[in-house]
Write a new protein. Structure first.
Length: 210
C-alpha cells in the first residue's frame, strides 16, 4: 500500500500545510482569549494536553512560556517536527489521539482547537469522553470547532481537499455535556484566516470543566 494511503487523512492535509497553517490562524483573537482564560484557571506548573498541537503556536508556546508542562499530540509528523523546533519548552508526540492511551485524571487541562473536524461524529463523541476522563476532577478543557450541521462534507481547506464533520452550536455544546463536562462559557465569533482566497469562518469556543 502506498505511504500516502496509509496515513490518516488529517495527516496528509496538515503535512502539506505545515507552517502555512500557523500563518493563517495563529493570530486569531478568540483563540488567544481562550488561552488567557485557561491560564487563569490552572495551577502553577499545570500538566496540559494539547490535542492536534500543529506547529506549537500559539497554544503550546503560550502555555509553556507560562511555566506549564505541555504535551502536544498531532497526527502529522511534519507538524510535530515544526513544533519541536519552535517550542522546545514543550513535549510533542506524533500519534493519533484516538489510539493514544490516556490515564484517568492525569491532566490539569486539555486544549482541543479545531482538531475534531476530520473525525466522524461517533469518533468525536468517544474522544471527548476519553479526554474528560483524562482530566483531574475540577480540571478544565477548552474546545473549539467550526459549528455546522454537516457530516462527511467534501470541502477545500487552504487549497487541500478534506472531508469535514461537525455539529451545530447547541448540539456541540450538548456533546461536551454528554462527555461529562460542564460548559462554563460559550463564545461564538467569525474569523477570516490570513490565506489567499480565505473567507470568514464561524468559530465556536467552549470553556469547560470536569
Amino acid at each position: 500500500m502506498p505511504y500516502e494511503d496509509q496515513r490518516p487523512p488529517a495527516a496528509v492535509v496538515f503535512d502539506a500545510l505545515g507552517a502555512d497553517y500557523e500563518r493563517a490562524f495563529a493570530h486569531a483573537p478568540a483563540h488567544l482569549d481562550a488561552l488567557r482564560w485557561l491560564a487563569g484557571q490552572v495551577p502553577p506548573g499545570a500538566r496540559i494536553l494539547d490535542v492536534g498541537s500543529g506547529t506549537g503556536r500559539p497554544t503550546a508556546a503560550v502555555l509553556a512560556e507560562a511555566g506549564h508542562s505541555v504535551l502536544g499530540v498531532d497526527v502529522s509528523p511534519v507538524m510535530v517536527d515544526i513544533a519541536a523546533r519552535q517550542v522546545p519548552g514543550a513535549e510533542f508526540h506524533h500519534a493519533d489521539i484516538r489510539e493514544l492511551p490516556l490515564e484517568e485524571g492525569s491532566f490539569d487541562a486539555v486544549c482541543v482547537f479545531f482538531s475534531l473536524l476530520q473525525m466522524s461524529r461517533a469518533e468525536q463523541s468517544a474522544l471527548l469522553r476519553r479526554l474528560a476522563r483524562a482530566l483531574r476532577p475540577g480540571g478544565h478543557l477548552v474546545l473549539a470547532t467550526v459549528p455546522a450541521d454537516v457530516e462527511d462534507l467534501e470541502i477545500v481547506f487552504m487549497g487541500q481537499p478534506v472531508r469535514a464533520t461537525s455539529f451545530a452550536e447547541d448540539a456541540f455544546a450538548a456533546l461536551a455535556e454528554e462527555a461529562g463536562l460542564t460548559v462554563l462559557e460559550r463564545h461564538s465569533t467569525v474569523f477570516t484566516p490570513d490565506h489567499p482566497g480565505a473567507g470568514p469562518e464561524p468559530h465556536l469556543f467552549l470553556y469547560c470543566r470536569r
